[in-house]
Design a binder for this molecule. Structure first.
Ligand code: ZN
Length: 135
């Protein structure tokens, strides 16, 4: 049994929860904010002890951003793209006309890209969770 495994066995997660994180944490070791278990170096996204998601992959955040953008675009499309000031002269008329003509494509593109990136981020977490399960 390695050092981390021994520490885990002799120090139940249940007990660790009653202490503030700073009290128990070794400044050299990364600990899970949820269960305070020491994190092995290969635990990037998920705590192997409690499967807490340590951080959200950047791609998932960007993906959610794109999905929100897609929804906003969809909302403006339903409201009428010509009403959001595309033809106010802020951008060239040709470009405005092109944007209006391709609006459904923009909506689908933004939403599709967002969904893809979010799924890629979720897959990353799933994969590490799966590895934590197997261990
Ligand atoms: Zn944990």
């Amino acid at each position: 049994m390695d050092e981390i495994g021994m520490a885990r066995a002799s120090e139940p997660v249940r007990v660790a929860k009653y202490f503030p994180a700073g009290f128990l944490s070794d400044p050299m070791a990364d600990r899970c904010p949820e269960c305070y278990a020491e994190l092995p170096e290969d635990a990037i996204w998920v705590c192997p002890t409690c499967r807490y998601t340590l951080r959200t992959p950047g791609s998932a955040k960007v993906g959610v951003g794109f999905m929100v953008l897609g929804l906003v675009l969809l909302g403006t499309y339903i409201a009428g793209p010509e009403r959001i000031g595309l033809e106010s002269g802020a951008i060239p008329t040709d470009l405005a006309a092109l944007m209006i003509a391709n609006y459904p494509l923009m909506v689908i593109g933004a939403f599709g890209l967002g969904a893809f990136l979010a799924a890629a981020g979720a897959l990353l977490i799933r994969r590490e969770q799966g590895r934590a399960f197997a261990a």
